[in-house]
Ligand binder design. Structure first.
Ligand SMILES: [Zn+2]
Length: 298
């Protein structure tokens, strides 16, 4: 349960995050969808134990993970450039002294984007590995010109009534409030309501279950759809084939499974490109057997 331990050190000081000078020599090519350009920015990696899987026996879990007891799992943010907008979805975990982490700024620079170029940050949910890059080591905003948006339902879930949270997570409320206050005091924090259109070609799909207000962000351009699905899936080697398998850190396991099944069904039908925070690649999915198969997107 190392990932859960990590959650307790959510707001440790972040090591110096001065981005390296952008280089054009090794600039990664974006995925182009309509007028959008999409980069996966891998902030780091975390080991996820097979024992986190719910609804799957241990031997089967191990087999599906290639004989291993843990899955070496990426932590991704996504950069989406669309006409008139540079959007960052999630911000990774920041620099964690125990983990391979804190590469977001270098990845952003490699894509040719400065932190001050980002004008919109969308947070899928408030877990440590999605909000850890919001502040610099000195406690100021890492993205000084960006508006930070998160579902009001998610923000409220963590901050308004901590007694609803599992006991081990109750100390998170003041830390999260302090973190978001840095953006709020700059007039740059704008929670949104369910169903609110965030920008032309960009909407939020409520996908509660993993957390109280977990959100999928749906981008569309010229008939191409991209969904940044956050933690709709953690174990790519297991939960495409078996979307009914949950993970221990879903706050509402049944709902998380239902949301995954509903959104996977729609994504397969509409050939939506899926960008997962813990998947190694950007993919599409196709129905196969009782579940799905991940198909690389060229
Ligand atoms: Zn996550």
């Amino acid at each position: 349960m190392r990932a859960l331990l990590l959650a307790t050190i959510l707001l440790l000081p972040v090591a110096a995050m001065t981005p390296p000078a952008p280089t054009t020599a090794s600039r990664p090519e974006p995925l182009r969808l309509g007028q959008m350009q999409v980069w996966m920015l891998t902030d780091g990696r975390i080991p996820l134990a097979a024992s986190l899987l719910k609804g799957l026996d241990a031997a089967e879990a191990r087999r599906m993970l290639g004989g291993k007891d843990t899955a070496d799992t990426p932590v991704n943010a996504f950069l989406v450039r669309m006409p008139g907008r540079t959007v960052l979805v999630d911000t990774g975990m920041g620099k964690d002294p125990e983990e391979d982490s804190g590469h977001l700024m270098a990845q952003l620079a490699a894509a040719g984007v400065a932190p001050s170029d980002v004008d919109l940050i969308l947070i899928t949910h408030d877990h440590f590995d999605h909000i850890g890059g919001l502040l610099k080591a000195d406690g100021t905003r890492a993205f000084p010109k960006a508006v930070l948006r998160v579902a009001r339902r998610e923000h409220a879930f963590w901050t308004e009534d901590p007694s609803r949270l599992p006991e081990r997570l109750r100390d998170r409320a003041p830390k999260l409030k302090a973190l978001f206050a840095v953006y709020e005091q700059a007039g740059a924090f704008r929670p949104f309501e369910d169903g609110e259109e965030l920008a032309p070609g960009l909407r939020a799909i409520p996908a509660h279950g993993h957390t109280g207000g977990h959100t999928v962000y749906a981008f569309t351009s010229e008939g191409r759809d991209l969904w940044c699905i956050g933690d709709l899936i953690h174990f790519g080697a297991v939960q495409f084939e078996r979307p009914g398998v949950g993970v221990a850190f879903d706050v509402d396991g049944d709902r998380a499974v239902k949301v995954r099944q509903d959104l996977f069904r729609e994504a397969a039908r509409r050939k939506v490109v899926l960008a997962g925070a813990h998947l190694p690649k950007v993919i599409r999915i196709e129905a196969k057997g009782e579940g799905y198969e991940a198909v690389p997107v060229p």
